[in-house]
Write a protein that binds this ligand. Structure first.
Ligand code: DGL
Length: 268
């Protein structure tokens, strides 16, 4: 079985690395839609069209499981996509919400996410479904994903951006912080010293990878092959991706085309 994963860029590699950590040996096709980055400032309708084009392509390429390695897509498109495709789809938002609901001591939970995820209120709804008395504060951190996408993981600009996202949450005295965008775990090293004591960070990638493992038939059967498909600048993606996750496989370019039947993806 081939597993398809996608995100707007390098962010979903934070999920792919956890999939490989679990010794899942299936071949993986990782679709980095750098052409449409950032997803977080797109409307639901725009994102739906993009995500359906990517999923159509991944299914046509033989993927039998699709991982939305992207919180924004998981928030805005996952329920519609599940109704559209026969292959199972795994998102990152629900596993992250569940983990936060379970791990929080007091029920005061902060979520950092893109603007689109924040507006959807999907994290609030999902966390409250698991823990009805929880108090969820969601913070849009639109600057963070573009920094990671450029390979900026530390230094004063990154620290400043992280501190600005932390400020509103400090007032809420949260004990748990969900990294509700798959780009953010790559900032963890810089973020950790800035966090107030006693805050537990939840990276939904771990739970999403566990969900992938439950569908996988190839565990501990050797190193699966990873191919990255990039829709925008392949050079920038490769430069940044190699720094984030050295196991990155071969990279191929893909392009979006608009036909009478809507948006579709083609090999370049
Ligand atoms: N990494 C994505 C997410 O988890 C999208 C970031 C973006 O393109 O805005 O939401």
């Amino acid at each position: 079985m081939t597993i398809g994963l996608f995100d707007s860029g390098v962010g979903g590699l934070s999920v792919l690395r956890r999939v490989r950590d679990l010794k899942i040996s299936e071949d993986c096709l990782y679709f980095a839609d750098t052409l449409h980055m950032p997803y977080g400032s797109r409307s639901s309708a725009e994102l739906r069209e993009i995500v359906f084009a990517i999923c159509d392509f991944l299914v046509a390429e033989g993927c039998r499981l699709i991982v939305m390695a992207c919180n924004t897509s998981s928030a805005l498109v996952l329920p519609l996509a599940r109704a559209r495709y026969k292959v199972p789809l795994i998102g990152v938002l629900e596993p992250g919400a569940r983990a936060a609901a379970e791990v929080s001591r007091t029920g005061a939970i902060g979520v950092w996410a893109t603007l689109a995820t924040t507006r959807s209120q999907a994290y609030e709804k999902s966390i409250l479904a698991y823990r009805p008395e929880a108090r969820v504060s969601t913070q849009a951190c639109g600057e963070l994903a573009p920094l990671v996408e450029q390979g900026e993981l530390c230094g004063p600009i990154v620290e400043q951006a992280l501190a600005a996202c932390l400020l509103p949450l400090l007032d809420q005295v949260v004990d748990t912080l969900v990294l509700g965008c798959t780009h953010y775990p790559f900032l963890l090293e810089t973020l950790t010293p800035l966090l107030p004591p006693g805050v537990t960070v939840v990276d939904p990638a771990y739970q999403a990878a566990a969900a992938v493992a439950s569908h996988s038939t190839e565990i501990h059967r050797g190193q699966g092959h990873t191919t990255c498909l990039v829709s925008g600048s392949g050079d920038n993606f490769l430069r940044v991706a190699r720094g984030l996750w050295p196991d990155i496989g071969e990279t191929k370019e893909v392009r979006f085309a608009r036909g009478s039947d809507g948006l579709r993806v083609e090999m370049s």
